[in-house]
Design a protein around this ligand. Structure first.
Ligand code: ATP
Ligand code: MG
Length: 629
């Protein structure tokens, strides 16, 4: 037996005080709470409190400046959305500013293509950096000048050990590091070497520049960290101007300080780097090189979400190996994918608010994100009719050549959104599962002899049906009662329980409909878990669940099991369906609810009036909840 991976799974919705009310509102087909309601129930956010205290104490004179610092080496994903909403959101609610800063210190992996996409995604989420779009590479000159200053102060030195030697002398978590043979070079020699490094006199790896802090520090990050390395590589912005590049820890804190950032918010793995962050800018401020008050770094738990992977490496692999249709495949957890899926910026902002911000790692269940999108879409989308699995319904006593208009409200709770005309005629499409030859108990839709209302139209009685050679129903016959038209005096004279969607065959439009579902069928893709049974609460979350190989597992089997094995083979199904005529005129990216089926969006790329294409964003109810018990 495999040992289960135990993780803390958070479903903030269920524990919220208004959980019961929202459970009722979850019948999205009919009712729903206004979007404003949901937004008022926020998860806790300790950084919000810190900023409030800083403002109260005037730590920064009331200024609030945050930044979002992506490395332009990939597309943004759902996890970045959490960080974006946090940084831009906190700045906005405090009348502050949030900078978009590209952290472009690694010339080998970065590209402008990524920069453009990142900026687009931030804007799509609803945020604006104004004039504050920066690059770490904007600061290369000043970073270098500061490096010379550190050398002059005796606080940095050029180390000429090999990479292996550097590793060997750095020590371990339990053992202190040891000083290398170059630690006591003179200031003059260090300056000369640094300038020659910069001038391109040495090959990659010949020397590095290190801060001179403490080789015996219990914090490995303070053991004379490397701040510059030689790399003869072209940078996408600075070209061939530099052949030495600063490292993240040195660059980031100085960039923050130069931009006069107040609250520098990052994920938990940087917690042990904070002493270095403070050391670097503290020394520079002491030396009059930077202005106080200095920025302060705060760490929060990154978003871990079930049923997806958020690692850039794995996302790249999904695209490169063709498991998905590109970065913006609606199943991809990228923001470009989310957009094509039909997820909304408001939904992401609401999601970030609901999950809150904490300092301890946990997992959020995918159903929380999906439910948030449902809540948001329920309020923001108009209703439309679509028949996804059609069979023909013939109304035998309706005139052959007649057409009339029925009227359907665009939103059940928002009459101000008006109504639209639906053409009605003798032959209609209805859903295959709205007819049963032998109805099961509690079935209120069409079956021989049964009466239903054709939604927004008439009451009909089923008089017969036809089947093909394979036993599939091909046609259902009925008669209608002309006195029961919706909206007329006779409509309520007779009560029927069933309500059936329909589309006039003569008027319906054919559409390609892409039914998307979760990309992975297991909550922790690649992990050997009991996934399907759900993970028990209350256990510490694994930082990275990749493979859990325990004594009791078959190690060989584990090694072969990767996240790709957990791809959901049913994550995309393409069908031809019928939609009401008005939907052909939908604009790309227009979002609607197909009554009873879910939320859909006209595809951003492929949708055309002549050839409508709709993507399913999310179903009306969570089919996974049932599957997982
Ligand atoms: P890399 O391994 O390339 O550094 P990254 O996911 O950290 O990958 P960055 O471009 O450096 O990507 O991230 C930009 C910002 O987004 C950082 O501040 C990072 O902490 C934050 N971020 C990244 N992943 C998540 C996540 N899952 N949840 C919340 N914030 C995240
Ligand atoms: Mg990073």
């Amino acid at each position: 037996m495999n040992k289960a991976t135990h993780v803390a799974l958070h479903r903030p919705d269920a524990s919220r005080p208004d959980g019961a009310a929202r459970a009722e509102a979850a019948d999205h087909a009919g009712s729903g709470a206004p979007a404003g309601d949901a937004a008022t129930t926020a998860g806790s956010n300790f950084i919000r409190q810190i900023i409030a205290e800083d403002n109260a104490n005037s730590t920064y004179g009331g200024r609030v400046v945050t930044r979002f610092p992506p490395e332009p080496n990939g597309y943004l994903h759902y996890g970045h959305a959490k960080s974006i909403v946090l940084n831009f959101g906190l700045a906005a609610e405090n009348g502050g500013t949030c900078h978009l800063r590209f952290d472009d210190t690694n010339p080998l992996k970065e590209d402008v293509e990524y920069e453009d996409s990142i900026a687009d995604s931030v804007r799509w989420l609803g945020y604006d950096w104004g004039t504050h779009r920066y690059h770490a590479s904007d600061y290369y000159d000043v970073l270098y000048a500061f490096a010379e200053w550190f050398v002059e102060q005796g606080l940095a030195y050029v180390d000429s050990q090999s990479a292996d030697e550097l590793r060997a002398t750095r020590g371990t978590l339990t053992q202190p590091g040891v000083a290398g043979p170059y630690r006591d070079r003179s200031v003059g020699e260090n300056l000369d070497l640094l300038r020659r490094m910069r001038a391109g006199e040495f090959p990659d790896g010949a020397h590095v520049l290190r801060l001179r802090i403490d080789m015996a520090s219990p914090n490995v990050n303070l053991r004379d960290p490397v701040i510059y390395r030689i790399r003869h590589a072209r940078h996408h912005r600075t070209g061939d101007r530099w052949c030495i590049y600063p490292l993240y820890d040195y660059t980031h804190c100085i960039s923050d300080a130069l931009e006069r950032v107040t609250h520098s918010i990052c994920t938990l793995e940087f917690q042990d780097h904070r002493p270095l962050y403070d050391w670097v800018i503290g020394k520079l401020a002491d030396g009059g090189r930077l202005q106080r008050p200095l920025p302060h770094q705060y760490e929060f738990a990154r978003l871990n979400l079930t049923y997806v992977v958020l690692s850039k490496r794995k996302l790249l692999q999904l695209v490169d190996e063709g498991h998905v249709d590109g970065w913006d495949d609606p199943r991809m957890p990228t923001l470009v994918g989310a957009r094509r899926r039909g997820f909304t910026p408001a939904g992401f902002r609401l999601f970030a608010e609901r999950i809150g911000v904490s300092k301890s790692d946990s997992w959020i269940d995918m159903s929380v994100l999906e439910e948030t999108m449902r809540d948001e879409l329920n309020a923001s989308t108009e209703r439309r009719m679509a028949v996804l699995d059609p069979i023909r319904l013939v109304i035998e006593n309706y005139p052959d050549d007649a057409t009339e208009e029925c009227f359907a409200p665009n939103h059940p709770q928002q009459p101000e959104l008006g109504r639209r005309a639906l053409p009605f005629s003798r032959e209609l499409w209805i859903e295959r599962d709205d007819f049963a030859e032998t109805p099961p108990k509690g079935y209120f839709r069409l079956s021989p002899g049964a009466e239903v209302r054709l939604r927004y139209a008439y009451i009909v009685r089923c008089t017969g049906f036809e089947k093909d050679a394979d036993g599939n129903v091909t046609l259902v016959r009925c008669t209608y009662d002309a006195a029961t038209r919706s909206g007329t005096a006779g409509a309520d004279a007779r009560k029927v329980k069933g309500n059936v969607q329909w589309l006039s065959i003569a008027h319906a439009r054919r559409a390609e409909v892409r039914l998307y579902d979760r990309l992975f069928r297991m909550p922790f893709p690649g992990a050997r878990t009991t996934g399907g049974e759900g993970a028990p609460d209350g256990e510490p979350a694994p930082r990275h669940v990749v493979a859990v190989a325990g004594e009791e597992t078959d190690a060989a089997e584990d090694r072969e099991h990767t996240f790709l094995d957990d791809l959901n083979p049913e994550s995309k199904r393409v069908i031809t369906a019928f939609v009401e005529p008005a939907l052909a005129a939908a604009l790309p990216e227009e979002r609607v609810q197909f009554e009873r089926h879910g939320y859909f969006v006209a595809d951003l790329v492929d949708h055309r009036a002549e050839r409508p294409v709709f993507n399913r964003t999310v179903t009306l109810r969570d089919p996974w909840a049932r599957r997982n018990g």
